[in-house]
Ligand binder design. Structure first.
Ligand code: EPU
Length: 444
């Protein structure tokens, strides 16, 4: 059994009402580590990534690297990747991996650079909207790949390698920006990517690529310029701590009226979250080890917020934050502008006693891409409401953590089914909850 394969629970039963107190440590972010593992495939040399979170996505990417003939060793949170030669992977394996995670499509750049052909499985991951990959495909075409669409995959050819191009993204998509970075570093010539995403995880990927020998500059206007190089070296890097997990613990501290020190949380990557957290009545102390979160105000206050690309409020912070808003006085408004269907989870919160209503309008002022559509992408949350325990099936990763937070705040027992989903992004969650004093009845 590998180090990331912990015993996976299918459900969690817990009694709410205990303030969570103590310390948790966040390690390298799932959404950063996975892409940096893919970057290692760009080189024939060995790469080492330290302090990774031992989550299921790391296991999935390791499996993918092995399907390319590479080796992955994980010891003490240190991932060592060797891929001196890359072989074309088995199509069925790639399709199966693509159903479990969003990462396999990103291996396209290394495959095209080192084998001249690639396969992109139709993407999987969380059930939070359509999540197409049309921007990836369009960008790869502009970089010179010939692409044919099959039933469950795209096949790509670039026998002479890719060529630098000017690419403008319709929306600053994280995955598409990473796709262009990983595909153009070894392309011939210069690539100019405009309207790029500039999340900290992307900047950290650029840092890794720079260590490997890439030449990449990021301008103030979301333009990233990549000067293609002929060869890349291996890298040694310490992974970026998970700011989504850190924010999730912050919400759990405020909702349960507890106090959680999140070791590894970084202020610079969480500034927008910290502002909103403080506006609602959350408190935090920052030191060199991390951030301690608690409830500052006796009564939490309602606010208006919208999710956005960086430096906006992350869509992945939204769900536990909404649970916190169920405990705030007055009516809060949350406008989700990144994904069209990221409020599916609120129905279950309403069955626990929350008062959340969904709207297809853009509440809060700004018009987003979903204006005029039928997507229920705005929410009004009226509080404070008493939450009570319930039996809930977890639909996706971030919604799952919000149910954990709601169950912690609720009166009585809750049973969270499909708990295994949470292992994709949160390491040792039942153990961490127990250590913080949660009254966990059963994990099964
Ligand atoms: N989009 C397109 N076409 C594309 C690509 C994206 O229309 O080809 C749209 C998406 O449908 C979405 C928006 O653009 O509406 C943003 O998608 P983006 O590409 O930025 O998201 P992603 O790369 O698929 C990553 C994270 C998500 C996180 C988003 C936004 C990973 C593996 N996933 O997804 O994390 O919400 O960026 O920050 O890095 C999670 O961790 O639970 C999670 C969903």
């Amino acid at each position: 059994m590998s180090e990331t394969e912990t015993k996976i629970a299918s459900y969690l039963r817990l009694n709410g009402g205990q303030p969570l107190k103590g310390e948790v440590v966040v390690h390298g972010a799932k959404n950063s580590v996975s892409k940096q593992m893919v970057a290692a495939l760009l080189s024939e040399e060995t790469s080492v990534l330290e302090d990774v979170s031992l989550v299921e996505d790391v296991e999935i990417v390791s499996e993918m690297i092995r399907a390319f003939g590479g080796e992955v060793e994980i010891e003490d949170r240190k991932v060592t990747i060797k891929a001196p030669e890359l072989k074309f992977p088995d199509e069925a394996t790639m399709i199966a991996l693509g159903k479990k995670s969003r990462i396999p499509p990103l291996a396209c750049g290394p495959m095209l650079a080192r084998i001249g052909r690639a396969i992109i499985p139709m993407p999987g991951g969380c059930n939070i909207g359509r999540r197409p990959i049309n921007f990836h495909i369009d960008a790869l075409r502009l970089l010179g790949a010939t692409i044919t669409e099959e039933e469950c995959s795209f096949h790509l050819d670039a026998p002479e390698g890719l060529k630098g191009a000017k690419i403008a993204l319709e929306y600053p998509s994280v995955g598409s920006t990473e796709q262009v970075l990983l595909s153009s570093v070894l392309a011939d010539g210069v690539t100019e990517l405009s309207n790029a995403a500039v999340e900290p995880e992307i900047i950290d990927l650029i840092a890794v690529l720079q260590k490997m020998g890439a030449i990449i500059s990021v301008d103030t206007d979301r333009v990233i310029t990549i000067v293609g190089v002929k060869k890349l070296k291996g890298y040694h890097h310490v992974a970026l701590p998970d700011r989504i997990e850190a924010a999730s613990w912050a919400c759990a501290a405020a909702v349960t009226n507890g106090r959680i020190k999140v070791v590894g949380a970084r202020q610079l990557d969480m500034m927008t979250f910290l502002n909103k957290f403080r506006q609602v009545g959350g408190g935090f102390d920052i030191n060199s080890e991390g951030i301690t979160f608690y409830r500052e105000a006796d009564e939490l206050k309602s606010i208006s917020l919208e999710t956005d690309v960086h430096p906006g409020f992350m869509t992945d912070w939204q769900q536990p934050f909404v649970v916190m808003l169920t405990q705030a006085k007055g009516t809060s408004v949350v406008h989700e502008t990144v994904y069209e269907e990221r409020f599916g989870y609120v129905e279950a919160l309403n069955t626990m006693g929350a008062q959340i209503q969904l709207y297809n309008q853009c509440l809060g002022g700004k018009e987003c891409r979903y204006a005029g559509t039928s997507y229920l992408h705005s929410a009004s949350i009226t509080g404070p409401t008493k939450l009570h325990g319930a039996e809930i099936k977890i639909p996706d990763l971030r919604a799952g953590f919000s149910y954990v937070v709601a169950a912690l705040a609720a009166e009585g027992e809750s049973k969270l089914d499909n708990f295994a989903v949470l292992y994709r992004g949160y390491e040792d969650l039942p153990e961490k909850l127990k250590d913080l004093g949660a009254d966990i009845v059963e994990v099964g």
